[in-house]
Design a binder for this molecule. Structure first.
Ligand SMILES: [Zn+2]
Length: 481
């Protein structure tokens, strides 16, 4: 009997030795913020999963020697509007392996997920968007889909469309609520809000939509009604009343000058037991579409800026009252110079604040550099050059923290944001001495440097510093697999 067991054991062990890894990363400096491990380790990948983390080098069908480089969990971007293949390829060069649009979101949901199948360089996903659900309630038959991409469908409704500018009656509230519930049934990653873009949505409307978030045990991801402390306080009060978990998007542009007070308020709410979180992108200019309700009369007071603080993204020209009116009729993206570096830095360094890009779709190579350089900029400029925060902490803000934000209700996120046995092989390899963003407002799609390998579900999408153009290993992230 004993010898038979020994035989089985021997057979099993030799079988393991005989197995090859599909891909091996040897000699790298593993940095895993989930465990704080910072040591040389060798990683074996098999069938898209991390199958070995070894103290001795491994052999595989393909081997990359990553000596001198950091091997980190792939970066998770909770705020990525750009979901086309080319937008994703630009983000891949910045170390991103999962790109989710949780703010604006989509509606209808299942059709959007279907449209993404087989097209995705990175793992993708979205919330059900209150904006699109609201427009569908006021404009029957209007299916916006992905709001950030299909804004032309809204532009066709005239200067002040009902979907953004009309109070909802019980009828529209019911339609909206049904739409949001339907989107969650189809696996959406929570409920996304851009209250600033739907100014007629009363606090009572937002509260009743937050109540759906509570019932369905998902967070509300919110771009607040306006900028500054009062608007963030309003969202927190509504979420508390409804009992909903709340994520405030892009705290840099949401808080603007009130950063210290806003971070204090969020920390105090958290200490009092609220499920609340926030994120920041590392730039002092924002970007959105000029025809949106954000630029309804009164925008100068709301944003505390004037015409000259806006630049037309397609040309870079600063606006005047005349060109503002002309371009608003035409529709298109603007860059908004509205933040101070000291406030953005305060958010980046603040414990618990995640890094997310808010990258908008690039059109003919124009747009905001945050869609291309956010993650390398935090690692290279803010962590290495300005010593604003240690590298491990910077990595946590783009890996394990966003994974944990979702994994309570999206089980597949437990396999992301960490280097662990059995986890998805989403891995970013970078040189800590050279990693840096290259994208600028003049050249917004310039790829980040110092990130030689980016692996999604075991498949390199960036290899030896080059984009693997044909790679499409991205999978859907949704509540129901
Ligand atoms: Zn926003």
């Amino acid at each position: 009997m004993r010898s038979f067991l020994s035989f089985l054991l021997f057979f099993h062990v030799s079988h393991c030795f005989a197995e090859e890894y599909d891909l091996v990363l040897n000699n790298g400096r593993l940095m895993d913020p989930a465990t704080n491990l910072d040591a040389v380790r060798h990683i074996g990948i098999r069938e898209g999963k991390i199958a070995a983390i070894s103290e001795t080098p491994l052999a595989g069908k393909e081997t990359l020697n990553v000596k001198g480089h950091v091997v980190a969990p792939g970066f998770i971007d909770l705020h990525a509007h750009g979901q086309t293949t080319s937008d994703m390829q630009i983000k891949a060069c910045d170390g991103v392996t999962t790109a989710l649009d949780l703010e604006a979101g989509v509606y209808p949901v299942a059709a959007w997920y279907r449209s993404m199948e087989g097209t995705a360089t990175l793992n993708y996903g979205a919330t059900v968007g209150h904006i699109a659900a609201r427009f569908a309630a006021f404009h029957p038959g209007l299916e916006i889909g992905h709001w950030a991409v299909n804004r032309a469908k809204v532009a066709g409704l005239g200067a002040k469309p009902d979907g953004a500018n009309k109070r909802a009656t019980d009828k529209e509230l019911k339609l909206m609520g049904d739409a949001i519930n339907h989107g969650l049934d189809e696996g959406a990653l929570g409920i996304g809000f851009g209250i600033n873009y739907t100014p007629a949505a009363a606090p009572s409307e937002i509260e009743s939509m937050f109540r759906i978030a509570t019932e369905r045990k998902v967070p509300a991801f919110v771009h607040t009604r306006a900028f500054g402390l009062a608007a963030i306080q309003e969202a927190i009060t509504e979420a508390k009343t409804a009992g909903a978990a709340l994520h405030i998007v892009h705290v840099g542009s949401s808080a603007i000058g009130a950063m210290r007070e806003v971070l204090k308020l969020i920390d105090a709410s958290k200490a009092a037991g609220m499920d609340i979180s926030t994120e920041v992108y590392p730039y002092t200019a924002a970007s959105t579409v000029l025809e949106s309700a954000m630029f309804n009369p009164g925008w100068q007071d709301n944003l505390k800026i004037d015409y000259g603080d806006l630049a037309w993204a397609a040309t870079g020209e600063r606006l005047t009252q005349e060109s503002f009116e002309r371009y608003r009729k035409q529709g298109g993206w603007v860059i908004i110079y509205m933040m101070k570096d000291e406030n953005v830095e305060m958010a980046i360094a603040h414990p618990g604040v995640m890094i997310a890009s808010d990258g908008v779709p690039f059109i003919d190579g124009k747009g905001h550099p945050r869609g291309a350089g956010t993650f390398a900029r935090v690692l290279g400029h803010y962590s290495r050059e300005k010593k604003l925060l240690p590298l491990m902490e910077a990595l946590a803000k783009m890996t394990i923290l966003p994974a944990r934000r979702l994994e309570g209700y999206v089980p597949m996120m437990k396999g992301k944001g960490r280097i662990a046995l059995g986890a998805d092989a989403d891995i970013t390899v970078f040189d800590p001495t050279t990693v840096i963003d290259r994208a600028t407002f003049e050249s917004p799609t310039a790829p980040s440097a110092g990130i030689p390998h980016v692996i999604v579900n075991g498949v390199p999408v960036v290899r030896d510093g080059n984009l693997v153009k044909e790679a499409r290993p991205g999978r859907a992230v949704r509540i129901t697999p």
